[in-house]
Write a protein that binds this ligand. Structure first.
Ligand SMILES: Cc1ncc(C[n+]2csc(CCOP(=O)(O)OP(=O)(O)O)c2C)c(N)n1
Ligand code: SF4
Length: 521
């Protein structure tokens, strides 16, 4: 599997540590890396993960960080300035995009981040390349002292092809600290020259990509030439096996001279790329002429038949795939009880991301907003601030435990700082795991990535330390009446209330060998 290949590649590249935050389709990488003997850890969120990885690289050794595409939004602050500071060992951002939104709130294209931040980006098209490009990403990062993006997509992460590994890297430097204040303290006076250094590095890397980059020309008929990257290559090869191909392995900085030569060498040139027209725009900006997919193919994943349609210029409506069974909470999921209650009291629910987001769908239909991780606090407070009193009093923010640790803590600080006139009610749904992405640990579970014991955050103490006047913890299955009474009381008050709704996810309990810290009996 592509994700396993990345883990093996990182291990063979001698990475000292892999740090990430789970998110489909990237989540397996760190677990596999840990099973292979690598040092892996979950961070509270992607920004922290990227910062820890940057710190590891500042010690002169190799580090990588894993996340899904929206995680890069959270880590972007680190990425942009780390591009200026540079790294000392190596730093690879492994980012998994989700074209078609199999399990995400948007289908952004991470290649745009490489252009915006000014960092090299590799795009594997199968497991072998996932392995090879992981190794190459560490090498490029170390050679030019620059963070490197490795962009995966769902099909690359979760499909399997045979991988031939290479001998692991040896003779890597041990961790050590060398003071270098002008390069690592990004105040304006240091950042201005750092920006110039970054552009110089990118110019050099662009030249390297022209001559030595992992780009491949596949000879075929000169009647049709296809410029392609990532998994789109697999679909295009099958859709037009006679064509010539120029397959881009490093998509930023692009090997533009080679691309233009290829385009000029064929009668008809078409770019096939998933999601955004990144290469199409770049070719045209460089003066090249190339056909690209009509706008309708920008949405969703490509496949062989869609590529055939693009090549045929077919813009008739596509067949709508049969609707699958809508996802639902597991039977007996503890989240169900909470949303039954919120529905009963006609609450306006500012929701968040996790299994509990399924409460937005019928039959519960009892979540009103969901934007990004942690947004339940801010959006709920915004509604409370301006809605007429009777409506404002019905607003409740609901967040899962992993999401609360990821990005709810600052929202809670906002709740206690800019207090709405009607107060506010926050429910933390503590099922003692990150259920949605496959039961990963986090700082609130009291266990590390390998499930060994660790410090456990205490949400009650956190809320009290932030001066929330009403705080309580309830087991919705063992204490349904008490939980309901506390919710009713909280909705009636013009005060701040945090209720921790604690009941382990039934799948986490069932998982062999792992006993949730708060499971009773
Ligand atoms: C920035 C970002 N990172 C990762 C994800 C993937 N993701 C979605 S929900 C979630 C956490 C779910 O855990 P929790 O809040 O505890 O709810 P549960 O699924 O356990 O009910 C994660 C990691 C995401 N959507 N956005
Ligand atoms: S995996 Fe756990 S949290 Fe998610 S729906 Fe099932 S029981 Fe609920």
């Amino acid at each position: 599997m592509g994700n396993e290949a990345v883990a093996l590649g990182a291990l063979h590249a001698g990475a000292a540590r892999g740090i990430g935050y789970p998110g489909t389709p990237s989540s397996e990488i760190l677990d596999v890396y840990n099973q292979l003997g690598g040092k892996a850890e979950w961070a509270p969120n992607e920004k922290v993960a990227a910062e820890v990885a940057l710190g590891v690289s500042f010690a002169g050794v190799r580090a990588f960080t894993t996340m899904k595409h929206v995680g890069l939004n959270v880590a972007a602050d680190v990425l942009f300035t780390a591009a200026y500071s540079g790294v000392d060992g190596a730093l690879v951002f492994v980012v998994a995009d989700d074209p078609g939104l199999a399990s995400s709130q948007d289908e952004q294209d991470s290649r745009r981040y490489a252009v915006a931040a000014g960092v090299p980006l590799f795009e594997p098209s199968d497991s072998q390349e996932a392995y090879d490009y992981t190794r190459l990403a560490f090498e490029v990062s170390e050679r030019w002292k620059i963070p490197v993006l490795l962009k995966l997509t769902t099909r690359v992460c979760h499909s399997g092809t045979i991988v031939m590994p290479r001998a692991p890297d040896t003779g890597l430097a041990a961790a050590h600290f060398v003071r270098n204040i002008p390069y690592r303290v990004m105040v304006p006076g240091h950042a201005r020259p750092a920006h110039r250094r970054l552009r110089q590095k990118l110019a050099e890397i662009a030249e390297w990509n022209e001559t030595d980059g992992p780009n491949q020309e596949i000879e075929g008929s000169r009647d049709l030439g296809i410029l392609v990257s990532g998994v789109a290559y697999q679909h295009a090869r099958e859709a037009a096996s006679d064509a010539s191909f120029f397959k881009v392995g490093m998509s930023y900085p692009l090997p533009m001279r080679k691309m233009l030569n290829f385009i000029e060498s064929v009668k008809r040139a078409v770019v096939i790329e998933e999601n955004d027209p990144v290469m199409a725009d770049a070719v045209r900006a460089a003066g090249g002429t190339i056909e690209s997919a009509p706008e309708m193919y920008r949405f969703g994943e490509l496949n062989v038949s869609r590529v055939k349609r693009i090549l045929a210029g077919d813009v008739t409506p596509e067949a709508v795939p049969p609707r699958g069974k809508p996802p639902q909470l597991c039977a007996g999921c503890p989240h169900g009880i909470t949303f039954d209650l919120l529905k009963k009291y006609n609450c306006i629910v500012a929701g968040d991301i996790g299994c509990y987001t399924l409460a937005a769908l019928p039959p519960l239909s009892s979540m009103d907003t969901q934007i990004c991780m942690g947004a339940s606090l801010g959006t709920g407070l915004g509604l409370r601030h301006v809605l007429p009193r009777e409506e404002a009093k019905r607003v409740v923010s609901v967040i899962g435990d992993s999401t609360f640790v990821h990005s709810g803590l600052t929202g809670l600080a906002e709740m206690t700082y800019n207090v709405p006139p009607t107060g506010h009610v926050l429910l933390i749904l503590d099922n003692t795991t990150t259920a949605m992405t496959g039961q990963q640990e986090h700082p609130g579970t009291g266990r590390l990535l390998d499930h060994s014991p660790a410090n456990q955050l205490d949400y009650e103490k956190i809320a009290r330390a932030m001066n929330v006047p009403n705080v309580g913890t309830f087991d919705p299955i063992r204490q349904p009446a008490e939980f309901e009474a506390a919710l009713v009381e909280a909705l009636a008050k013009d005060e701040l209330t945090v209720l921790i709704v604690r009941r382990p996810c039934i799948l986490a309990v069932a998982r062999k060998g792992v006993k949730p810290a708060t499971t009773e009996g």
